[in-house]
Ligand binder design. Structure first.
Ligand code: NAP
Length: 479
């Protein structure tokens, strides 16, 4: 059991048990053992959290932007000071390798620093109406009480990417973390309280009854915003629910990233990028390269070299310093990955490395490279969310773009080429919210992160991330 992390609900600045008295287990993915039990929030706890967020809303909105920013800046400092302990916690409940967890803590903390700086940039507009009759004044005001729903794959960063801009904008929040990884979210609440964020501004509500709890809050008229990160499947349900009270929504949903390598690319750079785009977080990232499209003339060499790098990775418990690939988060995830690989193998693909699920304990899947994958195989259509790289060949630029766009998703794409004009042309033609051009990593708190098509609505990070939590009010003035 963990002595140093709070395991109750965090409502109105207090640690409180669930009103039902219920708790749920959090497992270590490396063993399947219980590492903690956490208070299981109910619909009535959800209303208490909305009460607290609502009571704190006017005071926080009126708090000077500089003061809001300084609290976020202090939270960045505290996260940075405690980076090792937080990384261990993430690794323990999520399973990811410590190096990935440390990377996540830095990335997550950076959202607090970035939005500490953005808090003072909620700019508006003053202009003269084209008729000359009046002035147009536009001011930005906080949206109000926000419900934030986050996934398990980046338990710290997906929370700070929402809490940072919400608090900077003057909104109060209720965070509903994934039930596989509530401990990191509770640790974030403790840090924000220590950083001086007033009671009720941030509330954290772990719950095993996500549908009921989130549904209850979305039907409370005091809630004005939903920011969701998770699967497209759940995103669709929440968009429909948000429609009932016309709640402002930001949706960061699933991905199916193509990784396109042209024959003129620097092969070593493409392999370095492929390893990051595929293996960051053990493949459990919405930005993970899901489909590799490699030009025919270099496909054999690329596959062989990628397989050699993938098979050299050290697989083990995330908390072990030597580990490069930890277990997947839970049994369902490993079963899904295994099913997709088996399906591809049964339809004619070959495993150059990996491809077989090991015996337990723990939710492990080996780094795997598949070649000869059929164009209509489910592994190319669905998010794999594991350490598996399916490789498909293409013959022309047009074919590469057509294959890359053959999906309902549009979060991110990666393109490797030595020809800058082609790189930019293909980047423009690919339907995605983000493109890594000769680069296997796009995530950056200073840049607008988000997808097109069924990968989402809205952007997180950059200045756009702040605007998601502000409403424009236009005042027509005569003076
Ligand atoms: P998920 O199953 O959609 O769950 C996400 C969150 O929604 C969790 O907190 C979950 O709670 C909650 N939830 C589940 N069903 C709900 C319902 N009916 N009503 C309200 N809330 C509900 O996704 P996941 O498996 O945690 O995360 C993986 C997915 O997230 C992948 O598709 C990945 O691509 C996506 N993702 C996207 C981004 C992005 O920025 N676009 C970033 C990271 C991840 P419980 O845990 O209690 O079920």
């Amino acid at each position: 059991m963990l002595g140093f992390v709070e395991t109750e609900l965090f409502i109105g600045g207090k640690w409180v048990p669930a009103s039902s008295g219920n708790r749920f287990d959090v497992l270590d993915p490396a063993t399947g053992d219980v590492i903690a039990t956490v208070a299981d929030g109910s619909e009535s706890d959800a209303i208490s959290a909305v009460d607290a967020a609502s009571a704190a809303a006017a005071g926080w909105a009126a708090t000077p932007p500089r003061v809001r920013g300084e609290a976020l800046r202090r939270a960045w400092e505290l996260m940075t000071e405690r980076a090792d302990a937080l990384a261990k916690l993430i690794s323990l409940e999520n399973g990811k390798a410590l190096t990935d967890a440390k990377g996540e803590v830095t990335y997550a903390a950076e959202f607090f620093r970035w939005f500490a700086e953005e808090a003072v940039r909620g700019d508006g507009l003053v202009t003269t109406a084209p008729s000359g009759a009046n002035r147009i004044v536009v001011v930005r005001q906080p949206v109000g009480v926000c419900v934030l729903v986050t996934p398990w794959n980046f338990p710290a960063a997906m929370a700070t990417r929402k809490i940072g801009p919400a608090l900077a904008a003057g909104c109060t929040v209720i965070l509903k973390p994934a039930s596989d990884t509530p401990l990191t979210a509770l640790a974030m609440a403790a840090i924000l309280a220590e950083a001086g964020v007033p009671d009720g501004v941030v509330n954290v509500l772990p719950s095993r009854s996500s549908g009921k709890v989130v549904g209850k809050m979305l039907h409370d008229p005091r809630v004005r915003k939903l920011s969701f990160t998770g699967s497209t499947e759940v995103g669709r349900i929440l968009l429909a629910q948000a429609a009932d009270q016309v709640v402002n929504t930001s949706m960061e949903l699933g991905g199916n990233a193509p990784f396109v390598v042209f024959a003129d690319a620097d092969l070593d750079a493409a392999l370095d990028g492929a390893m990051i785009a595929k293996m960051r977080n053990g493949g459990e990232a919405c930005t993970a390269a899901n489909r590799f499209y490699v030009e025919e003339s270099i496909a054999g060499e690329f596959s062989r070299l990628l397989a050699s790098r993938m098979s050299a990775l050290v697989v083990g418990p995330g908390t072990d310093e030597k580990t490069q690939v930890g277990p997947l988060v839970n049994e369902d995830t490993v079963a899904k990955v295994d099913g997709l690989v088996r399906g591809a193998l049964e339809s004619g693909a070959s495993a150059v490395t990996g491809g077989t699920r090991p015996d337990g304990p723990g939710f492990y899947y080996p780094p795997t490279v598949l070649t000869g994958v059929a164009a209509d195989a489910p592994i190319l259509r669905e998010e794999i969310f594991g350490p598996v790289a399916p490789i498909v060949t293409f013959g022309s630029e047009q074919e590469a773009v057509r294959l890359a766009n053959d999906t309902e998703f549009g979060l991110v794409a990666y393109v490797y080429t030595g020809d800058l004009a082609r790189g930019l042309r293909v980047s423009e033609a690919i339907e995605a919210g983000m493109v890594g051009l000769n680069r296997g990593l796009v995530s950056d708190p200073a840049a607008p992160f988000g997808g097109v098509k069924q990968s989402g609505i809205g952007r997180e990070g950059g200045h756009e991330g702040l605007l998601e939590y502000l409403e424009s009010k236009y005042i027509a003035v005569n003076w």
